[in-house]
Write a protein that binds this ligand. Sequence first.
Ligand code: PLP
Length: 429
Amino acid sequence: MREDGPAALDWVADYLERVRELPVLARVAPGEARTSLPAQPPECGVPFAEVLQDLEEKLLPGVTHWQSPRFFAYFANTGSEPAILAEMLAAGLDQVGILWRTSPALQELEDVTTTWLAELLGLPPGWHGQLEQGASQATLAALAAARESRPGFVLASEQAHSSVDRACKLLGLELRKIPVDGEFRLRPDALDLDGASAVVATVGTTSTTSVDPVAEIAEACSRAGVWLHVDAAYAGCAVVCPELRWAFDGIEGADSLVVNPHKWLLVTQGCSAFWTRRPEALRAAFSVVPEYLRTTDEVVSHSEYGVELGRGFRALKLWTVLRCYGREGLQEVIRRGIRLAELFEAWVRDEPGWELCAPRPFSVVCFRLEGSDEENQALLARVNASGKVFLSGTTLDGRFVLRLAVGNARTEEEDVRLAWDVLREEARC
Ligand code: PLP
C-alpha cells in the first residue's frame, strides 16, 4: 500500500491535469478494449505497477472522459477530488451495510448526510432519507411502495426519464404518458387519477430540464390519495441555490423524492439521495428478514427500505463533499455552470442560422442548426469525431436537436467557447 498507493494517487492527479487535452469521446471500435487484454485469466499475480501500466496503455484509449471539462453530453458530472479520496477511504474500510450492527457508522452517516442535504435543499424536516446507487433504483423503490399502498397504474409525462418505464416494466405496472405543454412540462389538466397508484413528476427532465408543476400535481394527488414521486435526479442539485428554490415549490406534498449528488453535486458515481415521508410503505414493500439476519437491534436497517441487502459506504463520499465544499462551495459550482450555459445560449441566440429549441432553466441548452434532422445528426457526429468536445442530442416535437450540458466543475469559459467554435466550424463543412 505504501509504495503502490502514492503511484495510484499520482496517476489520478496526473490524469485530472491532462484530461482537458484528451479526445473526449473514446475513439475505439467495438471490441478493441476487450481484445487489447489477454483472453485467458492470469495464472500468476503481477506487481500492481503492471496494472497501472495496462490501465494507461490498454484501457485509457477506451475511456470516454466524463471528467473532461469539455464533456457536454447527457448530464455532465464531476468526480471531485474530495469524493475521489473518500472513495479510497471507503474501499479501505469496505463496509457492508446489511444491518445496522454490521456498520452503525454507515447507516447513521446516511441519516446525517441525507438530513444535511434535505436542509440544504429546503425540504420539510423529518423525512426518511437513504442513499441508493442511482435514481433508477430509487424510482423503482418509490413505485413499489406506491403499489403496496394502493395498486393501480402509474402516470408520468411523456418527457419523464426511461427509468420510470423500466420500473413499471419490472413491477408489472401500466404506465400512462401525459402530454406536456409548450415548455415540455406535464399538463396537470390531463391527469386522470381515477385508478392510479402513483404519479411521477420530473424536476429537470432529461431532454430539456423542464420542471413539472409539482405544487399543482401534489394537490391533485393528495385529493385522490395517489402517491407522488418526484424525480429531481439532475435539477434537484441546483436547489442548493435559494434563487432556484422555485423548482421545488410544492415539494412538501410529495411522498418521495430522488436527487442525484452524483450528477451535479461533485460526488463520484453511485450516490443518489432518496427521501420519503412514508417510510412504512417502503418497509411494507421491501422488508424480508431471514432467520440469519434477525437481531435484537432497536434500529431498523436501511436494507429493509429498498432493493439492496448489502449497501456500500456511499455516505462517506457525500459527507466528504458536503464538508469540503460547504453550502457556499456547492452554490458556486451550480451558479458557474448556469452562467456558462447562459453565455452559450446567448451566442446561439445571436447567430443567424441557429435556433434555440427550449427554455433553459438550468445549465442545459437545446439548440439546432436550421436545416434537416439529418444535417443536425451529421453535424453532431462531426463535432464529436473531432475529439475536442462531446455533446449529445435528443428529439423535441419530432425534430432532432443538439444539447449542450454544462455540469463539470472544471469547465471554464474557454471550454464552452471551444464547443461553440467547433460547432460553427463543422456547420460550415
Ligand atoms: N431521472 C432523470 C431525470 C435522469 O436524467 C436520469 C439519468 O440521466 C435518471 C433518472 C437515471 O439516473 P441513474 O443513472 O442515477 O439511475
